[in-house]
Design a protein around this ligand. Sequence first.
Ligand code: AMP
Ligand code: MG
Length: 478
Amino acid sequence: MKLDEIRVTNPYLALPELCYTRVKPTPLAKPYLIHANAEVARLLCLDEEELESERFVDFVNGALELGGGDPFAMCYAGHQFGFYVPRLGDGRAINIGTVGKYHMQLKGAGLTRYSRDGDGRAVLRSSIREYLMSEAMHHLGIPTTRALALIGSQQQVIREQWEKGAIVLRVSPSWVRFGTFEYFAHHKKHFELEALAEYVIAESYPHLADKEDRYRVLFGEVVHRTALLMAKWQAVGFNHGVMNTDNMSIAGLTIDYGPYAFLDDYDFNYICNHTDRNGRYSFGNQPNIGAWNLRALMHAFESLASSQRMEEILDGYGKIYTDHYLELMTLKLGLESFEAEDTELLRHLLGMMQGLGVDYTSFFRTLSEYDGSREALLALGLYHKPMHDWLDSYDRRLERNSSSHRERSAKMKQVNPKYVLKNYMLQEAIDASQIGDFSLVKALFVIAQKPFDEHPQFQRWAGATADILKNKKLSCSS
Ligand code: AMP
Ligand code: MG
């Protein structure tokens, strides 16, 4: 369809008025398209040719409203770094309509009622990061929001210094957060809370629609999806960085990309967000924080379901997480099935990687080609003995695999990406973009969509991160 043929709906506006505020986007000055995502356009039934048009830039800039549009910002609260903040809300995201099951949102399109001290804007660097990374996560098989397009502008925005404003048009099957429930629970707005629970069931858990005690079951399913999401993050080596409850999706998606990072060297204690001094949101602590956040959600659900039953559900979180994590790691290791003693093999491996400082992504990709010859793997660590010791155990374990080396290798390469978007790569693309060269954004987008392919032209981005490029930390400022 053409842009002017699309008619959007606004199902969230059926909720009580406390849940949102209507607001028109404030377009940026002199906008231009940086990139558009043809796959997401298809999800929205939008013709690919439309992505080239000037009207499309106007649309992403919030200057062209689609038929049926009635833009609004959502109200929510949340626990930030462990402390309850009673009113957050979409401070710089404006919902511009729903097509099918996808809700569109402009991030950086100006002030809303929830902007507090912020300017309602997003800068180019953080917009590039969100645009590319959400696409990469999707193609790594991790539930996430996505994005239709990224535009830049000539409009100045102040952060630590003057920067250029940008907008990402993001899409998601749900934008409801744990903090959305917390807001209404905190204000004892039971009517709104129940309406929100019904909305979330219809939106993300439709199979629960007619179930008795469905709010308790809903809580159980959120626990389940969150545990699975945490397992996927840990297995792929993703550190979100700001797991506040307002950044936790009720539908179990990765949302709100900020100072995130993929691990360079495996480091359980890695902290990607340099404002997180105590490592609350460190890589290794993510599954615990998932549980902490679910407990905050449980409190918000107290008027909807039995606390005792929810406690029991929460007790099951650890097992759901561990089972899925082990399932994913079994695949990454190329083992045909999980055996109890494999936990020891895995513990040994992670300890060895932590001690040697082995690049996480490269290790598994290189292991995918392991045929008994150890040079490539040994080259990933400073000392050889610990790697030899682990490979001795791995060799013994592989003897119980029935598939050939070639079959194992092919399977492993489907689960162990050759490329992940490490911070240094994103920074290269950002640096070039700041002077008007978006070719690296395009290149990284290609990698994001096919992370398991060889892409010989991008070989320099495969392999271990060079020492001076490792562990680039980012702040929340975006
Ligand atoms: P985040 O840490 O990005 O999830 O943001 C936390 C809260 O601050 C959310 O309610 C955001 O909408 C809001 N926020 C962040 N940056 C801005 C900004 N530049 N202008 C207005 N609100 C913002
Ligand atoms: Mg947020």
